[in-house]
Ligand binder design. Structure first.
Ligand code: SF4
Length: 205
């Protein structure tokens, strides 16, 4: 059994709200297809870079039908600034082929996770962001901040479950986004900016 957190959850929610009053997903998208592609491209890179790349990608390949028939070399050229561009190019073409064969985009965790290049974190982001189904997606920022704040421990799946246990469902959407922003801009991996952080009772301060 995990030790109870020392931090006040109400205070944490208030501090995160104060630090990130206009929090929202930082990936640009116009529809579900674009969100799935953007989220699947976002691992190990910056959302800003994904937005620059998807602007070009979606102007050339606006639907999964068109992307499913794309020349992989062309996609690799477009995705090059993201890193891991060869595997990401292969995945988004395969993903588009799968969507084309299904004829419909899945709206369940298992359905989304059956798509090439879509793991549990991506599926949770899509469910929460697009379908408004409450979930907490655990990426590297959420994981690190949860540890430092003593909110959760263990594997990524353990952390996901513990966070969903700890907070009422109505907080899940913003808890995910707030912890991503906290990790990205303040509670950085190497040098956390504790002097700029409003979470005064953080046990790692
Ligand atoms: S006080 Fe420091 S370690 Fe704690 S959440 Fe804020 S930045 Fe991270």
């Amino acid at each position: 059994m995990r030790k109870p957190s020392l931090i006040s959850l109400n205070q944490l929610i208030k501090s995160l709200d104060l630090m990130f009053p206009n929090a929202k997903c930082e990936l640009n998208y116009n529809n579900l297809f674009e969100l799935i592609i953007a989220v699947s491209l976002s691992s190990q890179t910056l959302d800003k870079r994904v937005n620059e790349v998807t602007k070009i990608l979606f102007s050339k390949y606006p639907t999964y039908k068109e992307l499913s028939k794309a020349d992989i070399v062309d996609i690799e050229t477009i995705l090059k600034p993201l890193g891991m561009h060869k595997i990401k190019s292969k995945n988004i073409i395969e993903l588009s082929k799968k969507l084309d064969s299904l004829g419909v985009i899945p709206n369940t965790l298992d359905g989304l996770m059956s798509l090439p290049g879509v793991g549990r974190k991506c599926a949770n982001v899509i469910l929460s962001e697009y379908f408004k189904i409450p979930r907490i997606a655990v990426d590297t920022h959420v994981y690190r901040c949860s540890m430092r704040l003593n909110l959760a421990t263990g594997s990524i799946l353990d952390v996901e479950r513990q966070l969903m246990d700890l907070f009422e469902e109505k907080y899940w959407y913003y808890m995910h986004i707030h912890l991503v922003l906290l990790g990205r801009y303040i509670c950085k991996a190497k040098n956390p900016l504790c002097d700029k952080c409003l979470i005064k009772d953080c046990p790692s301060r």
